[in-house]
Ligand binder design. Structure first.
Ligand SMILES: C[S@@+](CC[C@H](N)C(=O)[O-])C[C@H]1O[C@@H](n2cnc3c(N)ncnc32)[C@H](O)[C@@H]1O
Length: 215
């Protein structure tokens, strides 16, 4: 969703970094071959993710929701030279596509793909993280937070995508709308949990930055 008028949005994109060629290829192939291509982060949000990752300069990154690998490659741009990125997706049909693009990038050896339910995989990852990107099924966002918070280093960052959910977070809640209900709960959790400080950015569909505080 674009919250800005189209002309202003175009200006914002035109005055931000260009999209790397590999990500343009990945986007084209996603639109040609994969269902629901709009799930991909895309040019502008991808450059935001890349910039945040470069500012954090993480050693270990965790991504929940790989899809075709676009955001993983953006986040990898800021990773330390000896860093690692673990990315999880439940859809086995995406694995070969992701791997093809990870291997075409300079980060192929540093990206670890995990296939399965993130809630089952995260507890088995024997490492801590400096940067976590949550971009999977919305009803589990609260569960993802509770599963990763003890694996997040102090000063580490959680980025949460789609937190404005096309503006539905401020509309009357429909009884069968589990995703909006979950995001309302999640946004309140990030605002109130004393372990993190949080800023919600109105970028694309809403991107929250939460930073872990010392205990
Ligand atoms: C919005 S897409 C991710 C987009 C990707 N981060 C990007 O920006 O290019 C969400 C992904 O989460 C995955 N997913 C949904 N539920 C999941 C779960 N429980 N565990 C792991 N992955 C899940 C879906 O298969 C889908 O590929």
């Amino acid at each position: 969703m674009h919250f800005l008028p189209q002309q202003l949005d175009d200006y914002v994109v035109a005055h931000s970094e260009n999209e790397p060629e590999l990500l343009q290829q990945l986007t084209r192939e996603t639109y040609q071959k994969i269902l629901q291509p709009r799930m991909l982060s895309g040019h502008y949000q991808g450059r935001v993710l890349s910039m945040i990752s470069k500012l954090v300069n993480p050693k270990n990154i965790l991504e929940i929701g790989t899809y075709t690998g676009y955001s993983a490659l953006c986040l990898a741009e800021g990773m330390q030279g000896n860093g690692e990125l673990d990315t999880i997706d439940i859809n086995e049909e995406l694995v070969d596509f992701q791997k093809k693009y990870f291997d075409k990038s300079q980060y192929g050896n540093q990206i670890h793909q995990h296939l399965g339910n993130a809630l089952e995989i995260i507890p088995k990852l024997n490492k801590t993280f400096d940067l976590v990107f949550i971009d999977a099924d919305k009803p589990n966002y609260v569960n993802y937070f509770h599963t990763i918070i003890d694996k997040l280093n102090v000063g580490g960052i959680i980025l949460s995508d789609n937190v404005l959910w096309s503006g539905k977070v401020i509309e009357a809640l429909k009884p069968d709308d589990a995703s909006t209900k979950a995001l309302l709960e999640y946004n309140a959790l990030l605002k109130n949990d004393p372990r993190v400080e949080t800023v919600l950015l109105p970028i694309r569909d809403g991107l929250t930055i939460s930073r872990k505080l010392p205990s």
